[in-house]
Design a protein. Structure first.
Length: 244
């Protein structure tokens, strides 16, 4: 073999090696581009989820603020929690004496107005679709209660919430009754629960005024959030695109 033939052969081998290297680099670049696209898609999905949560939180804050403002127009003062999730109805609006759960006749018009305003504000502009559940929560003071066949403060607090719930059902028509509102999945939007004395509204209950502040109804608004399965699905989509 001549020297020129040898050089030609080496040049051919070199060219082939360069071609293989270029192809490998192109393949690796395509893989990296696919990973970048998968990451971008995942990031977009997370961004969308965060945006939905932020929108839902804003809607919830607007709902509570409007309810409070409209009730104030009726001379009914309710409180909103610092994190804008709970509307608190104090004892003096519903007349819950210590150990009592029935809404007295002289307070029923206030209970009716509260229910009507809540239903109106929540239903406006289809805002109920942002809400998961609205809890009507009963609470008691720290004083021991032995009634209701031994159910104690747990039973007393639950009966207070039920008392308001039942009053709404009896006093309000379908279009103004919170108890008849439904969530986006078709189930009842409102729910009833009792917490006894376990979630005090004051640091101490040494006076009757402090104890009265704890005999209350809280309306807790929870928003629709992505489930753990939603986040798992996003992760699996990302990992599947990497495997491809």
């Amino acid at each position: 073999m001549s020297f020129s033939d040898l050089m030609s052969a080496l040049l051919l081998v070199f060219i082939l090696a360069v071609v293989v290297l270029v192809l490998q680099l192109m393949q690796k670049q395509d893989e990296l581009e696919g990973q970048r696209e998968a990451f971008a898609d995942q990031q977009t999905e997370f961004t969308n989820q965060i945006g939905t949560l932020q929108e839902a939180e804003l809607v919830r804050e607007q709902i509570l603020s409007e309810i409070q403002a409209e009730l104030a127009g009726h001379g009914i003062a309710v409180r909103i929690s610092e994190n804008n999730t709970v509307l608190s109805i104090p004892s003096e609006l519903l007349g819950f004496d210590s150990g009592a759960y029935v809404i007295k006749p002289e307070y029923q018009h206030v209970a009716t107005t509260i229910g009507s305003v809540i239903a109106s504000v929540v239903s406006k502009d289809d805002r109920s679709r942002y809400l998961d559940t609205v809890f009507v929560e009963g609470h008691t003071d720290i004083e021991a209660f032995n009634g209701l066949d031994g159910m104690g403060n747990w039973g007393l607090s639950t009966f207070r919430a039920i008392s308001l719930w039942q009053h709404w059902g009896a006093a309000l028509p379908a279009g103004s009754n919170p108890a008849l509102l439904v969530a986006s999945d078709g189930r009842s939007l409102f729910s009833v629960s009792g917490y006894g004395e376990t979630r005090p509204a004051t640091a101490t209950q040494a006076t009757e005024a402090e104890r009265a502040l704890n005999r209350r109804i809280d309306i807790r608004f929870t928003i629709v959030r992505p489930s753990a399965q939603d986040l798992i699905d996003i992760q699996e989509q990302f990992e599947g695109s990497l495997e491809r």
